[in-house]
Design a protein around this ligand. Sequence first.
Ligand code: PLP
Length: 346
Amino acid sequence: MHRLTPYVPGEQPKISQLVKLNTNENPYGPSPQVLDAIQAELSDALRLYPDPNAERLKQAIADYYGVTPAQVFVGNGSDEVLAHIFQALLQHPAPLLFPDITYSFYPVYCGLYGIECIAIPLAEDFSLRVADYLRPNGGIIFPNPNAPTGCLLPLADIEWLLARNPDAVIVIDEAYIDFGGETAIVLVNRYPNLLVTQTLSKSRSLAGLRVGLAVGHPELIEALERVKNSFNSYPLDRLAIAGAVAAFADREHFEHTRQAVIASRMELIGALQKLGFETLPSAANFIFTRHPQRNGAELAAALREHRVIVRHFRQSRIDQFLRITVGNPAQNAALITTLGQILAEC
Ligand SMILES: *Cc1c(COP(=O)(O)O)cnc(C)c1O
């Protein structure tokens, strides 16, 4: 176990009055209907175990996406869902493929479950070339839009790959899809090798509730249920089930906050451009940006001194970039003002 390299999450600082733009949380609160549903669930019934299958939630997700509950898996955050996917579906003699620049939890799960993997380099402009994945594999996984770049892969490219990789599972991690992409869930009935994961942490403002999901062929879901039921029968508690069901019901709040984040993203990219930053096209609730004359690590440290927290990765190819969560207008303005000061100082 001492050889495991754990995932390092963005910090959750204890100091207040920070402009916290480092972990892609939603700047807007969850739907008031979610809070009401959780309140209503607070009763003596908490002495009873929750539904181990979270059937109400699976039905709500199935209705939302036009699939059946047998095509839906739910877990304690999508990180847990992903862990079960690696254990149940990606242990294979052939290597797992994912991009060289991607969600850093994937290699961690490979280490945990002893899965061989190959990192496929993204193109120079950080786009993903699906043709590079046409090689023997025991599965393929990538986020769409990708993290931490924010770049979106068109659904047609995903379908092209699904059709050419029929013998291994392709997992599309759609943690950020609601901020600018079209979900691949529309393809699950045609491609039994497709599994799509999503989370309520970002677009539904519920990172603190821990709810994630996967949608795919019933046989893939069945395999996940076997692993889940060998690990923890009750990954979702009563409050999480009630809150998550309400989150899918309140489409208006979802749409309103989602559009606010998308509008702020465009403003933020424009304001950064005026300061000389180059930003990758983003379909997520964060942007990936660099300043041609400034060192990325130094900029992140200077922002921190001014109480603005962003994410910086000490990894080749991307160590000059900052990953900045799109905040509310006040947070974004504070970021831009502070960056302007830092750039003017020296
Ligand atoms: C945030 C994130 C997750 C994890 O989400 P949780 O549901 O909060 O565990 C998974 N994949 C990617 C790419 C993410 O950015």
